[in-house]
Ligand binder design. Structure first.
Ligand SMILES: Cc1cc2nc3c(=O)[nH]c(=O)nc-3n(C[C@H](O)[C@H](O)[C@H](O)COP(=O)(O)OP(=O)(O)OC[C@H]3O[C@@H](n4cnc5c(N)ncnc54)[C@H](O)[C@@H]3O)c2cc1C
Length: 388
């Protein structure tokens, strides 16, 4: 049992944190206010290899492990104080790309991964629908009907990160309506396919530096060779494999956010004078700081454990759900408590802790709500079968 990260992972973490501090942080407040996703920053992220981090080298990526990618996500979120761009990156390189990496054919990998790895093509995942969220498989309405060498897709996908700017989406659709989760297939969809439309950009509370919209499919023609994995095996196989990465790597963004808030809160509490002394002298302030550090360390260990299990080639449904539930609840509690240390300033846009507070809110909702995580954890402890 060794709690230290390997030297190469630490070195990469420092590089990513510095890159994010220098390139991303300076404009984060403005992009959040104006709800902008900046293609120039995306290009820079691509140039340093971030956009294809977990994609194997033979397809243009960096071949990063789940642990390395999680640590890099944490470092990016810490250095940038930009949860939204961290989310856009994760939607692209994890939930957009990993279904192809983990379950795609050789042809699909060669065709799609190099463009995603360089960032030339922006990727995303379309699972959620207007009427189907937590019960993603049971309530799914998007249908894919075979027609010769193609499938015809009709339906829509809701809250899709990178929706307004994406080029390639991994989309789930029902291919056998009588088989529930075992009747769903996964397709690689290009925005240029006839019948593909993007809905309006959704105005969000947080994560505003990522763009979100509905995707609409009207008799959209998808070639059969764009189906990932066997027909009807999409939810059980592709969904599960990808969601475990999502619930580990994307959630690591909250670690970076907690670390960044903690560093700022300690500094602020040392400098802020009230009653002729720095507010860090007050036990009520010290307790908030100490508890935040406890939560951060516990969350970090849960995420690293889940990542190491993925890197060992094992399924980690329990570990990633524990990590996801604890970390996203923790970042909300920490954002509240550490925001309190800033008093009125913590309520003002210019202070990154205000943005972190709004960004944190998505954590307990996206990628499976906290309520669903608790059900999955309880089901795992009883060996009950549940959806991903
Ligand atoms: C900014 C943003 C970005 C997103 N990005 C993507 C994306 O890129 N791709 C994608 O596919 N999706 C995306 N999502 C969707 C996200 O994953 C869903 O919002 C989430 O899964 C919850 O689904 P829902 O909103 O339909 O809520 P619902 O499932 O309707 O849940 C509503 C409430 O009921 C509770 N509930 C539901 N079922 C149960 C149950 N069995 N037990 C207890 N409580 C229950 C929930 O916990 C919640 O509190 C995004 C969402 C947002 C807001």
């Amino acid at each position: 049992m060794d709690f230290r990260l390997p030297a190469d992972v630490l070195e990469y973490r420092d590089f990513v944190r510095e890159f994010a501090r220098k390139e991303i942080y300076p404009s984060a407040e403005r992009r959040d206010r104006e709800q902008i996703w900046d293609p120039a920053l995306w290009k820079k992220m691509g140039e340093v290899g971030l956009l294809g981090l977990p994609i194997p080298e033979e397809y243009g990526g960096q071949g990063g492990s789940c642990l390395l990618t999680s640590v890099a996500t944490e470092a990016f979120a810490q250095g940038s104080s930009d949860g939204g761009l961290t989310l856009a990156w994760g939607a692209h390189s994890i939930i957009g790309a990993m279904p192809i990496v983990l379950c795609g054919t050789e042809e699909q990998k060669r065709k799609y991964l190099p463009g995603i790895a360089s960032g030339e093509k922006v990727a995303g995942l379309g699972l959620t629908e207007p009427g189907s969220g937590s019960d993603a498989a049971g309530s799914m309405q998007t249908r894919a009907v075979r027609s010769g060498d193609s499938y015809i897709l009709n339906g829509s996908k809701m809250f899709i990160t990178n929706g307004p700017i994406g080029d390639v989406f991994v989309v789930m659709a029902v291919t056998d309506k009588d088989r529930g989760a075992m009747g769903i297939s996964v397709f690689i969809v290009e925005k240029t396919f006839p019948g593909f439309k993007t809905g309006r950009k959704l105005e969000k509370m947080g994560m505003r530096t990522s763009l979100t919209s509905e995707l609409i499919f009207e008799d959209m023609v998808v070639p059969q060779e764009n189906r990932i994995s066997r027909e009807n095996s999409g939810f059980a196989r592709v969904g599960r494999a990808t969601l475990e990465w999502e619930r580990t790597v994307l959630v690591a963004s909250s670690l970076g956010s907690m670390q960044s808030m903690l560093d700022q809160a300690v500094r602020y509490a040392q400098e802020r004078m009230q009653f002729q002394r720095p507010i860090i002298d007050f036990q009520a302030v010290q307790q908030k700081i100490a508890l935040a550090r406890c939560k951060l360390d516990a969350a970090r260990l849960l995420i690293y454990r889940s990542a190491l299990k993925k890197d060992a080639g094992e399924a980690a449904p329990l570990e990633c759900s524990l990590a996801k539930l604890y970390t996203t609840e923790a970042v909300n509690a920490v954002a509240y408590d550490l925001g309190q240390i800033f008093g009125g300033y913590g309520y003002i846009h210019e202070y990154p802790v205000e943005r972190a507070y709004r960004d944190a809110r998505l954590g307990t909702i996206g990628a499976g709500t906290s309520e669903v995580m608790r059900s999955i954890i309880a089901a795992n402890l009883q060996n009950i079968e549940t959806g991903p």
